[in-house]
Design a protein around this ligand. Structure first.
Ligand SMILES: Nc1ncnc2c1ncn2[C@@H]1O[C@H](COP(=O)(O)OP(=O)(O)O)[C@@H](O)[C@H]1O
Ligand SMILES: [Mg+2]
Length: 138
């Protein structure tokens, strides 16, 4: 099995003026290529905290994440598409801001839109897409 993500002994303690909150207590997960993993648990058990750590928005108190030289994407339940931009322009915006809008990158975006079944919608606006299509654009 090809290991693509290793979460090793992650612990997260939030410090607030009032208290310390143990959000994650020593969790380890190995993700292999092709795995489909669901993290299930009651509200407040630390699911979002774990995703925020994987995404780099939060730092773990201890433990480490090994990304095996891969980048990671994070699609929230609610997308953040701009209603006034077409599908293509939504997808190119990040590259534009980072001044990386090369022909190669533009072709790759088009290739991905094809791959995700959005070929006929690249000039459509988000309001004309289904929820699943919006998520794929996101
Ligand atoms: N920024 C924060 N500061 C302090 N406590 C937090 C913060 N974010 C989450 N928590 C606390 O950490 C625990 C786990 O929260 P969270 O990861 O949002 O759980 P879940 O996504 O499983 O509902 C909860 O007790 C929550 O109140
Ligand atoms: Mg949550």
């Amino acid at each position: 099995m090809n290991n693509i993500l290793s979460i090793n002994n992650i612990t997260k303690i939030y410090h607030t003026p009032k208290e310390e909150i143990m959000a994650i207590d020593n969790i380890s997960i190995n993700v292999n290529d092709g795995d489909f993993i669901a993290i299930v648990g009651p509200s407040g058990c630390g699911k979002s905290t774990l995703l925020s750590i994987l995404n780099g928005q939060e730092t773990a108190t201890s433990g480490e994440v090994d990304y095996h030289h891969k980048t990671i994407g994070y699609m929230l339940q609610e997308d953040a598409l701009f209603d006034w931009l077409t599908v293509l322009d939504n997808c190119l915006l990040g590259l534009k801001i980072k001044k990386q809008l090369t022909d190669d990158n533009k072709n790759y975006v088009t290739y991905l839109l094809n791959k995700y079944g959005l070929k006929d919608f690249i000039n459509s606006y988000p309001r004309n897409l289904s929820g699943g299509m919006r998520q794929r654009v996101g």
